[in-house]
Ligand binder design. Structure first.
Ligand code: BV8
Length: 229
């Protein structure tokens, strides 16, 4: 059985990572859509750097929760038949033991150089304009996909959706595309679709089945049910 799981900020909420739309999408009074854009970075780079430097620093204080661990367990059982596509830029899936994870919106712990395009693992601040490890130019930006930019790994994601038997969406509001459209693509190719979310999302009506609750309870129960079959 081939399974594709899409995760969003809701799967990391119980780890203490704030979601985007619970605090009605505000950060220091800014709307996320106004900070997570290339225009915002060009206009006010230090505001955008502060936004990401703060979130990168906060990673040290959070840990994976039972939902992340359950997906790592599922990968142990299914191997290459499971693909986790995450919209999250935290590293909680990896710290729980998942290895087949596609970060379609990039990663906090990575920086990309605007001069030589190289990507480096990055754990410190970027606001102090450190030199690129590769070319030395002080022009590193967060390696995240902003609004208006093309998400990573779209070809691999579409391929996986075409051959999926089951598509499961966990902890996402269905507010951001193209991720919010994956359920339709999977269903069009014959996959069964399941949504695990705290509340109704913008795409709930498109799923065969929806379960409402916290990921920390719903995901381990769903994995046990799937493996028990
Ligand atoms: C693109 C990275 C072209 C940085 C992010 C008009 C109509 C349709 C689309 C558009 C449009 N105008 C513009 C667009 C395109 C735009 C878009 O969708 N805009 C939206 C605002 C309408 N999209 C883009 O620009 C994308 N690029 O389209 O390129 C293209 C298209 C196809 C193929 C090739 C090219 C790029 C979007 C990427 C933006 N970057 N983040 C960063 O993180 O700072 S998006 C940002 O929002 C996060 O990545 C996040 O993942 C994403 C979605 O949010 P969620 O993860 O769902 O989080 P949210 O808070 O919204 O919801 C949490 C959910 O969890 C809630 O439902 C809540 O109930 C639930 N929950 C809470 N606690 C729990 C829980 N569930 C379970 N348990 C709990 N404990």
């Amino acid at each position: 059985m081939k399974v594709v799981v899409l995760t969003g900020a809701g799967i990391s909420a119980e780890s203490g990572v704030p979601t985007f739309r619970d605090a009605d999408g505000l950060w220091e009074g800014h709307h996320v859509e106004d900070v997570a854009t290339p225009e915002a970075y060009d206009a006010q780079p230090f505001v955008v750097h502060r936004f990401y430097d703060a979130r990168r620093k906060a990673l040290a204080a959070v840990a994976p929760n039972p939902a992340h661990h359950a997906l790592a367990r599922l990968e142990e059982a299914l191997g290459d038949d499971l693909l986790v596509v995450t919209q999250n830029i935290d590293d909680l899936h990896e710290r729980a033991g998942s290895s087949r994870v596609l970060h379609m919106h990039g990663e906090l712990l990575s920086a990309v150089c605007r001069a030589c395009r190289s990507r480096s693992r990055w754990e410190r601040d970027l606001a102090d304009l450190p030199p690129c490890p590769r070319c030395g130019t002080p022009d590193l930006r967060p390696d995240v996909v902003w609004f208006g930019e093309i998400p990573y790994e779209m070809d691999r994601i579409y391929l996986a959706l075409e051959s999926a038997d089951l598509f499961v969406s966990i902890g996402t509001s269905g507010a951001v595309y193209p991720a919010a459209g994956f359920v339709q693509q999977a269903a069009a190719y014959g996959a069964r679709t399941l949504e695990l979310n705290l509340q109704v999302s913008e795409v709930t009506t498109l799923f065969d089945e929806t379960r409402h609750g916290r990921a920390g309870e719903l995901v381990p129960a769903w994995v046990e049910e799937l493996l028990g079959r």
